[in-house]
Design a protein around this ligand. Sequence first.
Ligand code: PDD
Length: 287
Amino acid sequence: MPRIAYVNGRYVAHRDAQVHVEDRGYQFADGVYEVCEVARGHIMDMTGHLDRLGRSLRELSIDWPLNRAALQIIMGEVVRRNHVRNGLVYLQVTRGVAPRDHVFPGPGVRPALVVTAKRTDPALATKRAEAGLSVITVPENRWERVDIKTVGLLPNVLARQKAKLAGAQEAWFVDPDGTVKEGAATNAWIVTKDGVLVTRPAESGILRGITRTTLFAVAKSLGLTIEERGFSVDEAKAAREAFITAATTVVMPVVSIDGEPVANGHPGSVALSLRAAFFDVAEKRPA
Ligand code: PDD
């Protein structure tokens, strides 16, 4: 059992080592890490690992939590304090602690840094190497399982941030064939010229939003028809209306897509009636 961990500037007992509940690593997988081997008291390939850490940080626009030299010292210190001669040293940097919001927090939020170390048994590893090991194959699906409401939200975070930088509030993920999947944290809808609501089937590559599901009943209460099918970005731009749904937004009209107005560029009446009727139809439990 490792005894000491480094957490945001302090060496603490491993059993008491904690990060905040609103750490973005915990909430969005918005962080990066490295694992270095420790062999005979030496940290192996430190340069390569720190180079890759630098690249990972840069790609995600996360600042270095400390400079390289300081990180090297801390890694060495954690290895030494845990008396690890052979083992692993683990380093994780997240974008830091901020109230939950997909978009990046402001510059006041510093990256969070955790370093831990643990021992491994070289004799056991040698024995394993002598026996060899088996592998299985799995389909490459890192990460297609967007139907699961997992906290692995880094692509969603990056999409939202991109939207913010473009002066928008949401980003729609689009398949290579041009069909819209869903938003970074919302489901996507359009209203056709005939007043039919269209949304992608929840069976194919989206999260089955609870708001989306409730909207079926809301639409029914207003006498509106829903068609579950894919729609393209072009169809959305030419639609009578577009809107998004989520617990955070309920029904929110979309007035522009990639800088082009949807219809007359104003919130549509169907979306606004759905929004108004939502509270009446959705399940209500006193808090
Ligand atoms: N997001 N699609 C994605 C990727 C989402 O993250 C969400 C919700 C939805 C809509 O689901 P629901 O109607 O159940 O809220 C669709 C939440 C609100 C969030 O991450 O903040």
